[in-house]
Write a protein that binds this ligand. Sequence first.
Ligand code: AHR
Length: 519
Amino acid sequence: MKMNSSLKLRITLLFSVVFLAFESHAQTNKLVVNTESGNVQINKHIYGHFAEHLGRNIYGGIWVGPDSDVPNEDGYRKDVMQALIDLEIPNLRWPGGCFADEYHWTDGIGDPNDRPKMVNTNWGGVTEDNSFGTHEFLNFTKKINTVPYITGNVGSGSVEEMSKWIEYINFDGESPMADLRRKNGQEDPWDIEYWGVGNESWGCGGHMTPEYYANEYRRYATYARDYGGNKLYKIAGGANNWDLNWTEVLMKNIPLQMMDGLSLHYYTVTGTWEEKGAATKFTKEEYLETLNKAAVMDDLIAKHSQIMDKYDPEKKVGLIIDEWGTWFKVEEGTNPGFLYQQNTMRDAHVAAITLNIFNKHAERVHMANLAQTVNVLQAIILTNENDMILTPTYHVFDLYKPHKDAILLDHFLSSEKVAFGKQSAEALHVSTSKSEDGTVNISIANIHPDKKVSLDIDLLGKEFKTVSGEIVTASSVDTYNTFEKKDAVKKASFSDFKLNKNILKVDAPANSVLMIRVK
Ligand code: AHR
């Protein structure tokens, strides 16, 4: 019997898996990668972000206004803009979050001096002056070369309001909304594709039942029109954590042709929701608790996907994890409604573990959005008046760039364990992909706080000749960047590896995230 080479590699991988299953008891660290396996592309939108009108995210973080002393271009902070351009963020979700279901878009257009004000009841009860609205957001996404993802108001809005917003933004002909857009200075439609229909409709978005929301979704989606050949990607407001019933009811009651995506929200909380752990002060046991809670994402996606598979076996509807990340106690002395927290190497590991999981489920997960971009929750950027720092999480997203749009590769990993108190976990967390030019990308997080882990990587397939590496690491898992010491955690080049006949030996330093590229 003749066997093609891909089948041979699969069989070899299978034998390796069985072998490693035996070996794993002996704590061998081994990774087998089938470099000629995959057919699923990792959607670059998995690496997306989220900017809500919350705390100092938009105001102070992104937008300072054209008259500000903070160096700006047309009102946008120059430093933040450049950092986002450098990171090549694929998309940005806006205006919320809970804020989206209280936001009336017509308040945020026209002369800023004439815009009505509102109270941001969800986030600190501050006055929102609507100086950052539709035009300001869409011009920003253009400046940073990213794709906008807009969430409409279902909780306190109307079908008419959302449908007119889409007409305002996307219609190219003559119509009341398109003419209003032109009057406000934007001649051409923006042709925005990604639209969320409400946010957390089970909670701050209206406290609806899934049955009620499913009906509402059908009404909203009916009047969310495609204009000028631009086909909308409509995202239904999905479940919180383990609310599998929400996913079941929506999948059952919304016709597949009316929905392109279904969202899911999951936050990593150390301790309990009521008594959250601190962002920078934690024990090693709490550290592992955080990472184990982040790793729950794998099972969570698997369970929601299982339900989706029942109604959508061809996986046409994307699972959109449009809010994820760490949620700690707010930093002392800051407004509790602003959700400002620092970001340590622990957050870097949460990002690495989660992004590896998203890659693994790339067939179903089409987009994800870290909460949030600047100064809120697991931010990638923190600002202080004129100053800005990049967080460890930013550097992990930077490190992971090669995975975007790459082909997911099969692998098998056997890893030693790390344990503190009641918590234990595998020390290594990996993801493997292949770029268009044939380069194999291996992201590795060694979450062990104080032990270097030596890993043997068996690259099944063609012969590889060159290796390069990059690393994000620090002396301890609670290290973070401050305005005084901005580079305590940063990306650096890494070369502690050896390639010999497709066996790659990597010494992953304690508390590190690596990207190894083999060609
Ligand atoms: O990201 C902060 C908040 O968390 C969002 O506004 C809401 O959707 C979620 O509960």
